[in-house]
Write a protein that binds this ligand. Structure first.
Ligand code: 0X9
Ligand code: ZN
Length: 640
């Protein structure tokens, strides 16, 4: 009887604590300076947002973490104690199924201008990602520029998807009556991903009101640290599963980020907006350092700040700037990837000043009303902004060319991909206003063209026809494009019919000039393990120089410098570079029974007699260090 009572009591506690986010509370900590934010981040705490008016950092914290903060001298205030299952504070916000019903209803009511597309497979907990597309004659393909708006990468940031719904509702219901709306919908391919993290959001409504990440059962991932650009680069995320900023096992490893990346890649957008909360920030890339387009970005973001009202109804109050210097370091975020990979000027707005789940009745309508200013601003900018844009074609056939566009005054020096025209030859590049630029258009096998352009406060349309150069573009790169597991000495080679080749080589997508020669080979040595290198070969002749395609290769991820056999019990000590806790040791491709990691330079392979049999005396074996993502060391030949 007594046992039974204890059991019921325990399960009650268990079910309560499940909903109560393991007993965590929403607390606020008083800070004196921005260094305090860094200190808090370094304590591996779950930062929920920052109330900048009152210098309070919101944190989701356990009792132990609260003690820890107090020990470190912080004043702690409990904002919301751990909630119970009866907590109804979120009831008026949307669950994923309410969202699904809502967007399907709107699309059904406006079939000419609105459709819903399922953009992911089924996620682990039964939900799907949806994109809502709003444009004139939506079922016919168009080549309008896109504008992409997304919300709720972080499950608990419930206000953000209210903004998505408002965009969809406003554009569809005012089409044909409001001239601005009609103009946007007629000329822009508007894409809204109302909830990026539906599995996580469902979990917020059923289990844990403060859930942030996705619901990957192997280990939940912070989707805004998982994107494929500067992934894991600058300590702006965590490699530890239990951290709230866990970046996942590899770039775009998650179905949600894969789906988003496909949307970004397939729909060239000049501008994009990603909604988060809270703290009242207007952030632009990068999370690790300034973007090459810093000036143009700053002009855009500060103009937006000057018209956007905060929770107090005041303009000019959003903290505005590149993410790394305005909030904190992040890597692998969606805006960084959108801009770095595809050239979209992607901006992150953190709405609301004090909470990611503010009282619905008090804050929902005012927030979405105020954010109309922001997304309308970007729709207007998509139609016209300081930039160059146009179409690039083959002068003889008139066919579109996916040519490359370089602006001499604003070179990409921060790892951004070169900018190329899209499938239909359309290109764009937002630029600082009231300046002059030298723009080069190039495509392998064509004569490059350079033009001078004066940009004022609106767009300048420059259409370009490129002429074939008669010189065959270089081809057949060795190592082949994107090949992996190269040694530290690599002989590059290519084919072509030019009398002079210009080789560009380096560690980012804008490799500097290295050498010129009439030979079609070049030997590189002293490369480093675990790196990706980029190269291209331009040709000279005919009509001047013609830019080659950009190629890349990666070296072996790890290096082994020595292997020593140790006795009693039999072990192999493997010394090298870059080893992580994820690495194991293989002998002739077969995994050893056990390994012991001793830092990043040493692993001991163990396994007694089994291991000894794998390394027979006198016959050479190949030893490799490998990880679960396919990373491998250069094989090391070892003879016992
Ligand atoms: O940390 C984040 O992912 C965002 N803040 S939140 O409190 N909503 O989690 C900020 C992302 C900012 N983006 C860049 N710095 N690029
Ligand atoms: Zn967020």
């Amino acid at each position: 009887m007594k046992k039974c009572f204890v059991f019921i009591f325990l399960s009650l506690i268990l079910s309560f604590s499940l909903f109560a986010a393991d007993g965590k509370s929403f607390i606020e900590v008083k800070i004196k300076s921005l260094q305090d934010v860094e200190k808090i981040k370094s304590m591996n705490l779950d930062v929920a947002g920052i109330n900048r008016n009152k210098n309070l950092v919101g944190i989701i914290a356990s009792l132990e973490q609260i003690d820890e903060l107090k020990k470190n001298g912080f004043d702690v205030f409990i904002k919301k104690a751990s909630p119970t299952p009866e907590d109804a504070s979120l009831d008026l916000y949307y669950t994923p199924s309410e969202m699904e019903a809502m967007i399907n209803q709107i699309a059904e009511n406006h079939p000419d201008i609105c459709k819903v597309e399922k953009i992911s497979d089924e996620l682990w907990e039964g939900n799907y990602l949806y994109a809502v597309i709003i444009t004139k004659d939506v079922s016919t393909p168009n080549d309008r520029p896109s504008f992409i708006l997304d919300a709720q990468h972080h499950a608990r940031e419930v206000m953000t998807s209210q903004i998505s719904v408002d965009v969809i509702d406003y554009l569809t219901s005012n089409y044909g009556t409001d001239p601005d709306v009609t103009n946007w919908v007629d000329n822009i391919n508007i894409i809204v991903i109302p909830m990026v993290n539906p599995d996580g959001i469902n979990y917020v409504f059923t289990k844990d009101i403060w859930w942030r990440k996705n619901r990957n059962p192997n280990c939940p991932v912070d989707l805004n640290r998982n994107y494929d650009f500067n992934w894991g680069l600058c300590n702006g995320s965590s490699d530890w599963c239990y951290d709230e900023t866990y970046r996942g096992t590899s770039p775009d490893s998650e179905p949600e980020t894969k789906a988003m990346d496909r949307i970004m890649a397939e729909n060239p957008a000049i501008y994009a907006l990603t909604y988060h909360s809270y703290g009242e920030y207007i952030l632009y890339p990068f999370g690790c350092y300034d973007p090459s387009d810093n000036q143009a970005y700053w002009e855009l973001a500060s103009e937006l700040n000057s018209i956007l009202e905060n929770d107090q109804g005041k303009t000019g109050m959003y903290a505005t700037g590149a993410g790394w210097s305005t909030i904190y370091l992040t890597d692998g975020s969606s805006d960084d990837s959108h801009y770095g990979r595809y050239g979209t000027f992607s901006v992150c707005i953190e709405v609301n000043s004090t909470d990611f789940q503010p009282d619905y009745t008090q804050w929902r309508d005012v927030t979405v009303e105020r954010q109309k200013t922001a997304w309308k601003y970007f729709l207007n900018k998509t139609l016209d902004s300081p930039r160059i844009e146009g179409h690039i074609k083959d002068s003889s056939t008139g066919l579109p060319l996916k040519a490359r566009v370089d602006v001499e005054e604003v070179p990409f020096i921060h790892n951004e991909n070169p900018r190329y025209a899209s499938e239909n030859g359309f290109y764009f590049r937002p630029l600082p206003q009231n300046s002059s630029f030298t723009v080069t258009f190039s495509y392998p096998g064509y004569c490059s063209e350079t033009k001078s352009v004066d940009v004022g406060t609106s767009k300048v349309v420059v259409d370009v026809n490129l002429t074939p150069s008669g010189i065959i573009p270089v081809s057949n790169p060795v190592p082949s494009d994107k090949s992996i597991n190269q040694k530290l000495t690599v002989q590059l080679s290519w084919q072509g019919n030019s009398s002079n080749y210009l080789l560009y080589f380096g560690e980012n997508a804008n490799p500097p000039f290295l050498a010129s020669s009439n030979a079609t080979t070049y030997t590189l040595s002293n490369l480093e393990y675990g790196k990706t290198y980029y190269w291209r070969v331009d040709t000279e002749g005919g009509c001047g120089s013609s830019t080659g395609e950009l190629w890349s290769f990666s070296t072996y991820k790890y290096g082994i410098s020595s292997v020593t056999a140790l006795k009693d019990p039999f072990r192999l000590s493997v010394v090298g570079e870059n080893f992580s806790y994820d690495t194991t040791v293989k002998v002739n491709g077969i995994e050893v029974p056990q390994v012991k990691h001793k830092g990043s330079t040493k692993i001991v392979a163990k396994g007694g007699k089994t291991l000894k049999n794998m390394v027979p005396k006198g016959s050479p074996v190949l030893i490799t260090v490998e990880d679960s993502q396919g990373g491998i060391s250069e094989p090391f030949t070892f003879t016992r």
